[in-house]
Write a protein that binds this ligand. Structure first.
Ligand SMILES: [Fe+2]
Ligand SMILES: [Fe+2]
Length: 199
């Protein structure tokens, strides 16, 4: 694996300036959350740094690299190519940045869609992406920011719900993993709320 500084420099040339600024906000937030939740800080830092490493590739390049790196494009990704930047980013992290830690790759892979039964590292990257300090204010952002330090599963539930509503409102294609993830974390949320009532 390359040193963090070398990765940072390499990444800077692959991203637009606003995306780089967003990324550094995600790094800062993910490190803070990792400390709070007892997750490996170095893993969180690298996953956050590289989470959008393939996002600014032009569409043609995304399609070409997906083919070359054997990243399967499902129907939803075909219709909305931007959705592939998670799974493609995980492959780019391996091949271009020398990341060998599968847990880090999975956090990059699922940061856009989520999935049921995520690891704490995966949840942290997903949530940090949403709440990082450079995000322009929107409904649900402050709630997400508070939940991020109270309960990772409740934060996942809220952010997935907001994300799905947002995608539906704009009539964009919704990825099945997001729906499955929401069903999973909504169920968890119900259990947590029930437990809190009982105690
Ligand atoms: Fe992303
Ligand atoms: Fe992002």
């Amino acid at each position: 694996m390359l040193s963090f500084e070398t990765m940072e420099r390499k990444l800077q040339s692959a991203l637009s300036l606003p995306r780089y600024i967003h990324t550094m906000g995600v790094v800062k937030t993910a490190v803070k959350m990792a400390k709070k939740w007892g997750v490996d800080v170095d893993e969180a830092r690298v996953a956050a740094l590289l989470h959008d490493c393939a996002k600014d590739y032009p569409e043609e390049m995304k399609r070409r690299f997906c083919k070359e790196f054997h990243v399967p494009l499902d129907e939803t990704m075909q219709a909305c190519i931007d959705l592939c930047h998670g799974p493609l980013g995980a492959e780019v992290a391996k091949r271009e940045y020398g990341v060998t830690d599968e847990a880090v790759c999975d956090a990059i892979r699922y940061h856009t869609t989520g999935r049921p039964g995520m690891s704490d590292l995966e949840k942290i990257i997903f949530i940090a992406d949403y709440i990082e300090p450079n995000r322009k204010p929107f409904a649900g952002l402050e709630e997400g920011r508070a939940l991020a330090y109270e309960d990772l599963d409740l934060a996942m539930e809220q952010i997935l719900k907001d994300t799905i509503d947002y995608v539906k409102e704009r009539k964009r294609p919704l990825h099945h993993l997001s729906v499955e993830a929401y069903t999973y974390y909504h169920q968890k949320g119900k259990e947590i709320r029930k437990q809190n009532q009982e105690t």
